[in-house]
Design a protein around this ligand. Structure first.
Ligand code: F6R
Length: 362
């Protein structure tokens, strides 16, 4: 049932504050100022490296997880798409934690990667939305997301719930490695996510109003840096799959190594850039593109927009949030933009051509 929403995708975007809160509830112990995982029969402190395997949108959660785990726990992380991982005879050293991420728990390549890791003796954890799925049954440690059924083919609420669990996992690994400082602060940041997502959703009408400008584009570029780089990839994937507009995500600093050649005044550039230590660098990448005519949509907070929003064709103001939770909050405008562009183009948002919700063939 879509309720009063026009599409399942729209309903699922709007459900995020509730389902992310629901997911976080099973990982946060606010009274003890702790982030907890379900009981496990292996010792997280023995983990010396992490390998994350997933497909599509779920693989971008893995890429964001790499930033978090390496920063918080100082444990090296490798991220791979499952279709590559399983056939390249990956080197799996002792004391590796293997993580699979999947909404359906049935994606054929991810399931095969999970089985490969297990047969190599790797301990596995799975961030999975369907608790009865094959992957949920086969992982050593199930880390459920509580997104509820996701009907729209384009993943939205599963993505942000996966990020919430990934943040909990990174925090626990950091504690186990004796690296975690200020756990109470992490708990507080994570508790603010649902409210910050609601604030992000309040910009829906503005995003809808700018969608027709993007809908006429042939190509769209997304830029982000750090944990917002995988979000740029996610923005591009979402736009491609539901609006059929060609889009690419790039790490901001990569622009001048090639993609800037694509820029002219017909190419919208969506810049995902919360203010912070690397903001100035991203802004200079953005200005290089603007000097070549790029039509910039800047997604930032009040400080970032005040500093760099002047020449943008549009700005979308996010609440000011801690860098840890920014990817969850900034996911919302990225999803809404793809949604409204697709609606403006009149495509079948919930059932895009050529795509299936669960990819059970290799
Ligand atoms: C994109 C999308 C896909 C899935 C991918 C993995 O919007 O939905 O890229 O993320 O097919 O699916 P799961 O998470 O079920 O393994």
């Amino acid at each position: 049932d879509k309720g009063n929403h026009r599409h399942f995708m729209q309903k699922e975007i709007y459900e995020q504050p509730v389902v992310v809160a629901q997911t976080l509830r099973s990982y946060l112990r606010p009274l003890e100022s702790r982030v907890a995982l379900p009981d496990m029969d292996f010792d997280l402190s023995s983990v010396e490296r992490v390998v994350i395997v997933a497909c599509g949108t779920a693989s971008y959660v893995g890429m964001i997880g790499k930033y978090w785990v390496e920063q918080l726990a100082r444990v090296p992380v490798e991220v791979d798409v499952a279709s590559e991982f399983r056939y390249r005879d990956p080197v799996l050293l002792p004391n590796t934690l293997g993580i699979v991420i999947s909404q359906s728990g049935e994606t054929a390549d991810t399931l095969a990667a999970l089985r490969h890791m297990r047969s190599a003796g790797v301990v596995t954890a799975g961030i999975i939305n369907v608790p009865t799925s094959s992957m949920a049954r086969e992982v050593d440690l199930l880390l459920p997301t509580h997104a509820g059924p996701e009907i729209g083919v384009a993943s939205t609420k599963a993505f942000t719930c996966q990020l919430a669990v990934m943040a909990a996992l990174a925090t626990n690994l950091a504690r186990a490695k004796g690296r975690l400082e200020g756990e109470a602060d992490v708990v507080r940041q994570l508790q603010q996510v649902p409210e910050a997502m609601s604030q992000a959703l309040s910009h829906d009408a503005e995003i809808e109003a700018m969608a027709p400008k993007i809908a006429v584009a042939r190509d769209v570029l997304y830029l982000g840096r750090g944990p917002e780089y995988p979000l740029a990839l996610e923005g591009a994937l979402k736009l491609k799959e539901i609006s059929y507009i060609h889009a690419e995500g790039y790490a901001s600093g990569e622009m001048k190594h090639g993609p800037i050649a694509l820029i002219d005044d017909q190419v919208p550039l969506i810049v995902i850039a919360p203010s912070g230590p690397l903001f100035d660098k991203t802004v200079s990448n953005m200005q290089e593109a603007q000097a070549r005519g790029a039509q910039v949509v800047l997604i930032s907070d009040a400080e970032g927009i005040a500093q760099a929003g002047e020449n943008a064709i549009a700005t979308i103001e996010m609440p000011t949030v801690h860098s840890l939770i920014a990817p969850l909050v900034y996911a919302v405008p990225v999803q809404l933009l793809a949604y409204h562009v697709a609606v403006a183009k009149g495509t079948d948002v919930d059932q895009p051509r050529n795509l299936a919700k669960s990819v059970t063939v290799e």
